[in-house]
Design a protein around this ligand. Structure first.
Ligand code: HPA
Length: 278
């Protein structure tokens, strides 16, 4: 078991979790998106599981398909701290509440953050069930999680975002996918606030702007992680064609169904990437 973190535990949630985790010190953070929470049950050898509701002053997850707990344990040989269920802007949380779990992970020792999400395919040729490694993002949420007084303890006022998704981690993700024979697209994720799905005109506009996929998460967590020096890798599960690109109306059920259909290769990809981390 790893030693206790040397970082100061300034956040009450960090102290609470450190206490629950005993001597366990995570190195890798993992955020499981819509329909992808099974990874924690199937692939993490659990040391502890702590429902968000147990933690004082911590938000709770309200979306169907999100369990809403921290899972600490090992996966791919790495000590992992996993959010089985994330918080979304569309649930009504403030951006500060979205920042909190990432900072908690940082305080507990996380150096690398793997973000996963369900997303709509915008780029021509993208199909439900495809995976896409994020090369970059466009923040179209209309808000930034770092707005307000700077959290100096975590990072600088104006953090660089020229490489939001770590090139070395992307290389490892591509190598993992190639070894496993799992096709892995790479592209730009555009984040909207939701919760309504997009209109066809919005999707046409987003494509013109350079988006390959669209979703309602990930970008705030990436920004907060980069602010505090955590390296980020993100993978989208393309669960549906974006609005206007397929014949059908979009539903959350379709998102969950597709995520479930590809659970096995998805879990292999994430576990394989964890195993390759230095
Ligand atoms: N749009 C926004 N978010 C999503 C989508 C989508 O089409 N699919 C899954 N999450």
């Amino acid at each position: 078991m790893n030693e206790r973190p040397s970082n100061p535990l300034n956040l009450p949630a960090s102290r609470f979790l450190a206490d629950r985790f005993g001597g366990f010190r995570p190195r890798v953070g993992l955020v499981l998106g819509s329909g992808l929470g099974f990874f924690a049950d199937e692939r993490i050898r659990k040391v502890a599981a702590v429902p968000y509701g147990d933690i004082p002053d911590f938000p709770r997850s309200t979306v169907e398909g999100h369990a809403g707990q921290w899972v600490a344990g090992t996966a791919g040989g790495q000590p992992v701290l996993c959010m089985q269920g994330r918080f979304h802007y569309y649930e009504g949380y403030g951006m500060d509440q979205l920042a909190l779990p990432v900072r908690v992970m940082r305080e507990l020792g996380v150096e690398t953050l793997i973000l996963t999400n369900a997303a709509g395919g915008v780029r021509e040729g993208m199909r439900p069930g495809d995976f896409m490694l994020l090369s970059d993002h466009i923040n179209f949420m209309g808000a930034n999680p770092l707005r307000g007084p700077n959290a100096d303890a975590f990072g600088t006022r104006f953090p660089d975002m020229s490489e939001p998704y770590d090139p070395g981690l992307r290389f490892l993700a591509r190598a993992t996918a190639a070894d496993l024979g799992i096709p892995l697209a790479e592209g730009v994720y555009l984040a909207v606030s939701g919760p309504s799905f997009e209109t066809p005109a919005e999707i046409r506009a987003f494509r013109t702007l350079g988006a390959d996929a669209v979703g309602m998460s990930t970008v705030p967590e990436c920004i907060v992680a980069r602010h505090c020096g955590v390296h980020v890798c993100a993978v989208s599960c393309i669960t549906n064609l974006a609005s206007g690109l397929g014949g059908e109306a979009l539903t959350h059920a379709e998102v969950a169904e597709t995520a479930d259909r590809v659970r096995s290769p998805f879990a292999d990809l994430i576990a394989g990437l964890l195993a390759r981390l230095p």
